[in-house]
Design a protein around this ligand. Structure first.
Ligand code: ALA
Length: 414
């Protein structure tokens, strides 16, 4: 007897949209069609209410007071770390450091790990797909240490050329910093394989998960990455909050990134000793309401269930890609076999910013430009693309409206 193919669980997109008040926005005469989720996703009422409830009933500074509200806020903060650790499948909550976002997470590692570990002649391996946030901090760290940066190339579809790893990964490679999903093209990178290969030469691996957490289940222990960075606001949580996951053994050996209150054991004018992780990397009063909101976003997503969301999103991406590809003069940019969330394209003779401006006049929000990935655009021979990026609350009808409006754009430009 053959096993029946797994069927996607029912997903009621109309009901889910009700959870997001902002989706009822009208842009002039048009209903909002929000297709800029890779830049920042919208927030469900569960997140908005959690933040409002926190400030209405539970706010005080954490780890500092013996009073009722301080204890309540501290509990909420510590519990959120447990929620994040479960979300990432981290071995221990203390491996999850709260930071401002993926950018700060990467800067933390480049600065603190880089200072302690990079030496002249060492090599840092990146890929052509990287966002500026996973390039520039390494350039600064490499310059400070006298280290060198090398790049894993891509093919025209936007997939990494893994054959190049044989030459690129050597005993000099100290670190591989690699995106999990390309923000500009949607390519899913086989990070598991890359991590295995990098570990074989003794390199440490940081995964930039900013674009993967909204779409893929994450298990940092299964991936065996050393560091994993993500931002809350792309995961339907608040802005200004994110997470750096790091293996405890590595984080424990790293010097502080920022210093100040709450990260110290004992301060004298002669010498200061530092606390252990996670506090060592959380100097100053943290973004407590952001942490509370992030945990609410994770709980909200867990309730919807990953399989149902993923199936709907894949359906949406396939539908939108087919509809947009059918428009004469449109070229899809990024045709990797494994993609999530992103449809990048260019139109013959029409600047991406003109496309985005005309779509906006019909209530459709997309991003246009280099998407903070200028080296990738240079490789593709483009100055930029138009990018529609999807979340589980988008509908097939919205994808159809995108395609129909692109047809109008084409007609306008003759
Ligand atoms: N990195 C975000 C994007 O891709 C802002 O749009």
């Amino acid at each position: 007897m053959t096993t029946p193919a797994p069927t996607a669980p029912a997903f009621e997109v109309a009901a889910v949209r009700e959870d997001f008040p902002i989706l009822a926005t009208r842009v002039g005469a048009h209903p909002l069609i929000y297709l800029d989720n890779a830049a920042s996703a919208q927030k469900p009422r569960a997140v908005i209410d959690a933040i409002s409830d926190y400030y209405s009933a539970r706010h005080a500074n954490i780890h500092r007071g013996v009073h009722y509200l301080s204890a309540t806020a501290t509990d909420a903060y510590d519990q959120a770390r447990v929620t994040v650790a479960q979300f990432l499948h981290a071995a221990e909550p203390r491996e999850c450091i709260f930071v401002r976002g993926a950018t700060e997470a990467i800067n933390l590692v480049a600065s603190a790990w880089g200072r302690a570990n990079l030496r002249p002649g060492d090599e840092i391996l990146l890929s052509t797909l990287e966002h500026h946030a996973n390039i520039v901090p390494w350039q600064i760290a490499a310059e400070a240490a006298g280290a060198k940066i090398k790049i894993i190339p891509i093919n025209d579809q936007g997939e990494l050329l893994l054959d190049s790893l044989d030459a690129l990964l050597t005993a000099r490679t100290k670190l591989l910093a690699i995106t999990h999903v390309s923000n500009a093209l949607g390519t899913v990178v086989s990070v598991r394989e890359l991590i295995r290969r990098a570990h074989a030469v003794g390199a440490v691996v940081l995964v930039d998960g900013a674009q993967s957490v909204p779409h893929l289940p994450i298990d940092v222990q299964d991936l065996d990455c050393d560091f994993f960075a993500f931002s809350g606001h792309k995961l339907f949580g608040p802005t200004g909050i994110g997470v750096l996951y790091g293996k405890a053994a590595l984080l424990e050996k790293m010097p502080p990134y920022q210093s100040g209150g709450d990260m110290i054991e004992r301060v004298t004018f002669e010498k200061t000793t530092f606390r252990s992780i996670p506090e060592r990397f959380e100097a100053g009063t943290p973004h407590i309401s952001g942490v509370v909101g992030l945990a609410a976003a994770i709980r909200y997503l867990a309730k919807l269930g990953h399989a149902a969301l993923a199936a709907h999103e894949q359906n949406l991406l396939a539908h939108a890609t087919a509809a947009v590809r059918a428009i004469p003069g449109v070229r899809i940019i990024g045709e990797a076999k494994d993609k999530v969330g992103v449809l990048s394209f260019v139109m013959d003779g029409i600047h991406p910013h003109d496309i985005a401006t005309i779509l906006d006049s019909e209530g459709i929000a997309i991003r246009a430009g280099h998407h903070c990935a200028q080296p990738l655009m240079q490789r593709l021979g483009l100055t930029g693309t138009a990018r529609a990026s999807f979340a589980f609350y988008n509908t097939l009808a919205e994808a159809d409206r995108l395609a129909a409006t692109l047809l109008k754009v084409k007609k306008m430009f003759g």
